[in-house]
Every structure is written in C-alpha cells, then in structure tokens.
Design a protein around this ligand. Structure first.
Ligand code: SAH
Length: 342
C-alpha cells in the first residue's frame, strides 16, 4: 500500500497522473490531507467516486488512532497515546505556553540510544516512524483539541537523526504552503549528538532550531549517562555545532538534564561555561524526571538555581525548563511503558 500522506506535492501529482486522473486533483487531495486534516478518502467530498475508489485500493491514508488522552490538572498539558496501523503505540504531548501551543512528537517507536535516564529506550527501537506518522501526531492533536498548533518539538520518543530521511520529509511537508505551513523557525529538533547527521542537517539549510542533548560537559561523565558518548566526543559535537551555526545562522540549544550529585556540581557548571563560552547558544536546564528503572534523582531546587546562576555569571544564557505534565507520565516514553504494562 502506498503511504500517500508522506508524498510531496510533486510526487502526488505524478501519482495522480499515473492512475489516469487529472493533475489538479493532486492539490485537492493534498489539501484534504494536510490542511483540512481529514482521516479518510471518503471525506474528500470534491473528489469523484471513481478516484476515491482507486485511491483506497492502492493507498493508505495514515491516520493515528487515539487510545488514551490524559490531561494534567496542574498545567493543562495533554498527553496522547496513539495506535499505529501495525498496532504499535507512540505518544505525543500538547503543551500550552503563553507564546502558543507546542506539540512534542515521537520520531521512532522506542529508541536504541540507551540513555540511562530515559524511559523510551528501555526496550530498544522497534521501528522508524514514517513522515506521515510524524505529521499525523500533530494533525490528530489539532483536530482533537480544536486548537491550532504553533510550535513543534521533535523531542518525544526516538532519535530523530537516526531516522534522517523521514525527518527531512516530515519537516518539508509540515512547512508546505498547502499544508499547515508551520515555519521552520517554530520547529526544534533534538538529538543526542549524531555528528555526521548534524553536518548533513546543516547543509539542508533549514531554519529549524537544533537542540543537542549534552547533559555533561566532558566525555568521561557523559559516557556514564549516554552510550552515544562512546561513539562521538563532546569535542566533535561542539565542532559540528560551530558548523551548524555557520551554515544556518541559528542559535543552538543545549539540553542539560540535572541529576542530583552526578552532573549538577559547581565543577560541572564551571566546565560547561568553559566548553560553551563564545558559542551562539542557549542552555535549557531540565531537572531530571526520575524513572523507576534507574537510581537517578532529581537535583534540588537550590542546586538547579545555583547551576543556572553559575552559567549566567559565565555569560551563558540559561533557562530552567518548567516541568509540565508531571502528573501524567510527562517524560519521554513513560506513558507508553505504563500502558503496555511493563
Ligand atoms: N533522542 C533525542 C530526542 C528525544 S529525548 C535526544 O536525545 O535529544 C528529548 C530530551 O529529553 C533529551 O534531551 C533527553 O535527554 C531528555 N530526557 C529523556 N528522558 C528524560 C528524563 N527522564 N528526565 C529529563 N530529561 C529526559
């Protein structure tokens, strides 16, 4: 079955012509899928019965099925658990900020990166998500909530740069003027630091924000938290970031999840200042969200504040990420795991 929602408009035009239909139907169909966000061909009311018949014989319009929606009573954050057509489950989050609605999407079913603090990776990576499966997380949330999605963060389960081609396709489709037309500047892609793909991404010349999950200022400590640190050094990552900034003129975000007594010390903050000094960047501090599968504890509020202050004294921009959805298994992969009962 053809995954028609993952096609660029030009590809859709070629396909429509190849099945003996007029080219202009492609744009009608594209708008039904990507602007009106319909879940099936049957709802495309200005397409002929004959065309709809042909489409449903040859193509699948990927539409995710919501199986659970949780709403935080603390801050209104909503967590969605979706079933894919092969019965795999993924999760996405809608966060409401003053500056608009952000949706955090997954890029893979599970993840193979093995970060010690992360629930998504515990059972490894099952498969990549298609571009349509990434898109439809946003489409369903916009439909179900009745609210417009303004910003997207690719920070849910999975390593987006490990699913590179589908990620790029997703980014171009969501940016399309015949779709939701979300500007690249409103999209953040977060990576644990796959160096060759950071260079590749820089060359795509997209205006997205790149977020690097750094979590430690040196290789030795980073290796205890993230297996990927055995493959790429902090030095290589920083070099790739310089290249990214040079190519795109975009500021980089570094994510730093604070773990009590592990990476939240004065020494770590000093080292981080030295590492990032002179780079056009911003540090996002996230008190680690404890999961039951490891013994990491969240840094104390005071330690988090002190860490931030130290960065600022060193002229590094830093914010403490507001913890959203704490009462609804807010962090990566936690809801899916609790649903499948492990
Ligand atoms: N694979 C990508 C994107 C997914 S994770 C990446 O590594 O960046 C999104 C962010 O949440 C990453 O910075 C990740 O390290 C962080 N994260 C995952 N689990 C967490 C937890 N339990 N507490 C705090 N941050 C966590």
């Amino acid at each position: 079955m053809i995954d028609i929602k993952s096609m660029y408009i030009e590809e859709l035009e070629q396909f429509i012509v190849s099945i003996g239909e007029k080219k202009f139907h492609a744009i009608q169909l594209y708008k039904w899928m990507h602007q009106k966000l319909v879940p099936s061909f049957s709802e495309c009311s200005d397409l002929s019965k004959n065309l709809k018949q042909k489409l449903s014989e040859q193509c699948r319009m990927i539409t995710l099925e919501p199986v659970k929606v949780l709403k935080s009573i603390i801050d209104g954050t909503e967590k969605y658990l979706f079933r894919l057509h092969d019965n795999n489950l993924i999760e996405s989050v809608l966060m409401r900020y003053h500056h608009g609605n952000s949706v955090c999407i997954s890029s893979q079913v599970g993840c193979k990166m093995g970060c010690r603090f992360c629930a998504s990776t515990i059972d490894g990576c099952v498969r990549n998500l298609s571009a349509s499966e990434m898109l439809d997380q946003i489409y369903r949330i916009q439909q179900l909530s009745g609210e417009r999605v303004d910003n997207i963060v690719v920070m849910g389960s999975g390593e987006p740069l490990d699913n590179y081609d589908n990620l790029i396709r997703f980014l171009k489709l969501i940016n399309s003027e015949y779709g939701l037309h979300i500007s690249a500047r409103n999209i953040t892609v977060s990576t644990c630091g796959l160096v060759p793909e950071i260079y590749q991404l820089a060359k795509e010349q997209l205006q997205i924000t790149l977020a690097i999950s750094l979590h430690a200022p040196n290789d030795c400590l980073r290796r205890t938290m993230m297996p990927i640190a055995n493959k790429y050094s902090v030095k290589e990552i920083i070099k790739a970031c310089h290249y990214y900034i040079k190519e795109t003129n975009r500021r980089i975000t570094f994510e730093y999840s604070l773990v009590k007594g592990v990476n939240d010390t004065r020494v770590c903050a000093d080292e981080l200042v030295r590492l990032l000094s002179g780079i056009n960047c911003h540090v996002n501090l996230i008190p680690v969200n404890p999961i039951k599968e490891n013994d990491y504890k969240q840094s104390d509020k005071k330690a988090v504040e002190a860490f931030k202050k130290q960065l600022e004294n060193g002229k590094i921009n830093a914010t403490i990420r507001r913890e959203l959805g704490r009462d609804i298994d807010g962090s990566c992969g936690q809801l899916r795991r609790s649903y499948i009962g492990q």
